[in-house]
Design a protein around this ligand. Structure first.
Ligand code: PLP
Length: 416
């Protein structure tokens, strides 16, 4: 099946072979290596078709029925459809599908609820918080007064006592729950209770688990959080983008915080692609996919533990695994580079203890390709061979690269 209508028609190749070569080179890279980055996935050809559609040409500042531009009849219908599908999929009273990314969604959530200088309690960056959760390099750390809670060094789970005591001591205006690396389900009811006790808003940054929520494979933050921020491109398998869900009482504030406060015109081709992805995510097939993502992650985590890596929290409830390769005699950065050279692409991340870095990986993309538990066991074994670099160092790496190529080749992301 052609990947995009543009490449199919060969239009790009005829006009600009240099860019066409780069795009096809990336398709080849994605098809011949294993995409184990926890935040990545393969969108469907239908999502790609919406992204490459004439909606990319349309300016649409504002919201359906209240735009600053003419000619918005069709894109209004598209956005209404995306909003209705998101509301139904997640059981939310209100959805804003315009945020350009997960970070834009969080920025808008803060803009809707906070004033500069307000105190916010969030997971610290060394413990898995995102840049938008108070990094000094990000608007969040510069404009708000962030207080960080952490995860327990032993269990890797959220330190609830600390959340409680910091909330009581600092009386934040908002509490953020959500992480780039937490492999376990968050207890949203707990966070709601603490927020209520200290009179704080609860913001759930569900960028990672939202696709599992859509497929019924993870608990939903929607009944608990005042505002839920999310990305549409991770397990959810949509286009790169963000989304905000909230109750009816915050709808207007959230909408105004997205446009005109933090964004201009919505990217209507992306909004259309989000509508397609929400439609796909509402199917029984997607629920099966979400279950398989978690089952695969559990097998992969168990395989890595059996090979001697330390798996943070002892396993996973989600698509995401954090593992420390130190017991195999290799640090996180070296491990990531060695694995990349063998065609296994994943990230480094902070560990809940010490300064060493670990590995963060996920099963969303390989599961979309159709890989199952047998393949996860094989990937764990391949990773261990590469990380040990033994018995024959480079030779073992080259052999692993060939095996990875063969494995990836058997499960093409875009067959045909
Ligand atoms: C928890 C969390 N919040 C926000 C983001 C930001 O998303 P984006 O990269 O689309 O801005 C991410 C991305 O991985 C994330 O994991």
């Amino acid at each position: 099946m052609p990947v995009t209508p543009t490449l199919d028609a060969d239009v790009l190749r005829r006009q600009d072979p240099e860019v066409a070569d780069l795009l096809l080179g990336e398709l080849d890279r994605q098809s011949s290596t294993l995409q184990l980055i926890a935040a990545e996935n393969f969108t469907s050809p239908a999502v790609l078709a919406a992204l490459g559609s004439p909606l990319a040409n349309k300016y649409a500042e504002g919201y359906p029925g209240a735009r600053h531009h003419g000619g918005c009849e069709i894109v209004d219908a598209v956005e209404r459809l995306a909003v209705e599908r998101a509301k139904t999929l997640f059981g939310a009273q209100h959805a804003n599908v315009q945020p350009h990314s997960g970070s834009s969604a969080v920025l808008a959530a803060y803009a809707a609820l906070l004033r500069p200088g307000d105190t916010v309690l969030a997971l610290g960056l060394p413990h898995g918080g995102h840049l938008t959760h108070g990094s000094p390099a990000n608007f969040s750390g510069r404009w708000f007064d962030f207080v960080a809670y952490g995860v327990d060094a032993e269990t890797g789970l959220v330190d609830r006592d600390q959340v409680h005591s910091l909330a009581r001591a600092h009386r934040p205006k908002a509490i953020v729950c959500g992480s780039i690396a937490h492999p376990r389900h968050l207890d949203y009811a707990f966070f709601r209770e603490v927020a209520d006790e200290v009179g704080a808003y609860l913001v759930a940054d569900a960028a990672h688990p939202i696709g599992l929520v859509a497929g019924g494979a993870a608990p939903s933050p929607v009944p608990y959080a005042d505002v839920v921020c999310a990305t549409t491109h991770k397990v959810l398998r949509g286009p790169r983008g963000g989304m905000i869900l909230c109750g009816a009482e915050l709808a207007e504030r959230v909408d105004r915080a997205v446009f005109p406060f933090t964004q201009g015109g919505a990217q209507m081709h992306t909004v259309a692609a989000k509508a397609v992805a929400f439609g796909e995510a509402a199917t029984a097939e997607f629920a099966g996919y979400a279950r398989r993502v978690v089952a695969n992650a559990r097998v992969l985590a168990a395989g890595l533990a059996a090979e001697g890596l330390t798996v943070v929290s002892g396993g996973t409830d989600t698509h995401l695994i954090v593992a420390d390769p130190a017991p195999l005699g290799v640090d996180g950065r070296t491990a990531r580079d060695r694995l990349a050279a063998a065609g296994m692409v994943l990230d480094c991340c902070a560990l809940p203890y010490g300064d060493a870095r670990g590995l963060r990986l996920g099963t969303a993309a390989v599961t979309t390709q159709g890989m199952g538990e047998a393949e996860m066991a094989r990937i764990a074994a391949l990773m261990a061979v590469v990380l040990r670099g033994a018995p024959a160092g480079k030779e073992a790496g080259a052999r692993a690269r060939e095996e990875v190529r063969e494995l990836a080749g058997a499960f093409p992301p875009y067959p045909g």
